[in-house]
Ligand binder design. Structure first.
Ligand SMILES: [Zn+2]
Length: 149
C-alpha cells in the first residue's frame, strides 16, 4: 500500500513521489506535508526526509484496506494540488473534534467551506471510494441541492 503507482497516471510520472508513513493511532485519517527541506517526525519517534513530501496515514485495527486506499488517494490529491500551486499551509485531515455539532454537520462544514477539501474528496471517490467517502459526497450533494431549491 505504500506504493503509489496505482494512483499515478502516465502524465504524472515525473512528479516527486511523497513518502507514505503509517502511524498507529486510535483514530483514522491522515495528512499531507508538502515537500520541504527539513526532516519531520510525524510520530513514534522516527524522523523522515521531507524532501518529496509526506503522506501520513493514521491507522487503527478497524480500517479496511479500501478505507486506507481512499485516505491515500485523498492525501495524494493534496500533493497534486500543491504541485499545481493550489496551496495551503498544511493539509490536515484530522478526525473531527467533538465540538457540539453533529458528525454530519461537521462533515458538511469541512467540505463545503473548503474547496480544496471538496476537490480532494471528489478525487478520492474517483480513484478509491470507500463507504464513508461516498456517503460524505452524498451528504454534500443533498445539502447543495436543498439549498438551490
Ligand atoms: Zn484533505
Amino acid at each position: 500500500m505504500e506504493n503509489l503507482n496505482w494512483l499515478i497516471k502516465n502524465s504524472q510520472k515525473d512528479i516527486p513521489r511523497p513518502k507514505v508513513v503509517f502511524c498507529a493511532r486510535g483514530n483514522y485519517g491522515g495528512y499531507y506535508l508538502h515537500p520541504f527541506e527539513n526532516e519531520v517526525m510525524p510520530g513514534e519517534g522516527r524522523y523522515y526526509d521531507g524532501e518529496k513530501g509526506l503522506i501520513i496515514i493514521f491507522e487503527n485495527n478497524k480500517q479496511t484496506d479500501g478505507e486506507i486506499a481512499s485516505t491515500l488517494a485523498h492525501e495524494f490529491r493534496h500533493h497534486l494540488q500543491w504541485l499545481n500551486n493550489i496551496k495551503q499551509k498544511v493539509y490536515y485531515d484530522w478526525p473531527l473534534e467533538n465540538n457540539g455539532k453533529s458528525h454530519k454537520q461537521n462533515i458538511l462544514d469541512y467540505f463545503l467551506k473548503n474547496p480544496i477539501e471538496m476537490d480532494a474528496l471528489l478525487f478520492e471517490n474517483r480513484m478509491a471510494p470507500s463507504d464513508y467517502s461516498l456517503e460524505w459526497e452524498d451528504w454534500v450533494r443533498q445539502k447543495i441541492s436543498k439549498g438551490m431549491r
